[in-house]
Design a protein around this ligand. Structure first.
Ligand code: DC
Length: 228
């Protein structure tokens, strides 16, 4: 079986990471959550006082980029890769509402995108990788053998994120999350650099009414067909 690159792009809170993680485990492939990389840059910006309210000091962040090292390390307890910021495991810290509401302007910065894209391309050099994000099939790996663009109705996505945050004990309202989901879709789809859009050769998957199992089965079959 040949090794391939699998690009999973799509809207926020569609369960992309869950499905990408499961697929990588099944295939014995490396899994990379590129959203976590943009979130780690955002956490850096927050910690270093680069936000004034929701306004980002973009020039300062660009000038500090050489001091930001984002990577992944395997968590022994879960066997899953955790995102790191200058060597610190920040997997939990990047999942707060504060990071979610501030990540879009960071991810829209050309200097940030160039740095992250270069790193992601390096990670995929040996293939055998499942990468999820927004621009994997269009910008990072336009040559990926399998591209899937995942979407679901905004209300369905907000409910999923709401359940997830509630389970973690984070107090946020459904309306706040729905607003965040819709706002991120708008910013991610309309930004000048690497906007969120399906690659021309991507398979579109609307999973609003699909079970996790049905979706996993479909995805596995698509991957197998391309690995043969
Ligand atoms: O997948 P996520 O919600 O963790 O992603 C966080 C943000 O990062 C999201 O608002 C869009 C951005 N992102 C991006 O611009 N490009 C990627 N390849 C991945 C994520």
């Amino acid at each position: 079986m040949r090794k391939i690159i699998i690009a999973i792009d799509g809207h926020s809170s569609c369960g992309k990471s869950t499905m990408a993680k499961a697929l990588a485990r099944e295939l014995g492939y490396i899994y990379v959550d590129t959203g976590a990389m943009y979130r780690a840059c955002t956490l850096f910006a927050i910690r270093n006082g680069l936000f004034n309210g929701d306004t980002l000091d973009a020039d300062r962040l660009a000038s500090l980029l050489p001091t930001i090292e984002v990577g992944f390390q395997l968590c022994e307890a879960t066997g899953l890769p955790h995102v790191t910021l200058n060597g610190e495991d920040v997997e939990e810290a990047v999942r707060t509402m504060e990071v979610s509401t501030k990540v879009s302007p960071v991810a829209a910065l050309p200097a940030v995108r160039t740095a992250m894209t270069t790193q992601q391309q390096r990670m995929g050099e040996a293939k055998g990788i499942v990468m999820d994000g927004r621009d994997i099939g269009t910008v990072v790996f336009p040559q990926a053998e399998l591209k899937v663009f995942v979407t679901a109705r905004p209300e369905v996505r907000a409910q999923r994120r709401f359940d997830e945050l509630q389970a973690k004990g984070q107090a946020v309202s459904f309306e706040e999350i729905l607003h965040n989901v819709q706002e991120r879709d708008r910013i991610d789809s309309t930004r000048a650099v690497a906007p969120l859009r399906p690659a021309e050769d991507a398979l579109i998957l609307d999973n609003s009414d699909l079970t996790r199992e049905a979706q996993a089965e479909w995805l596995f079959a698509q991957a197998k067909a391309r690995m043969a």
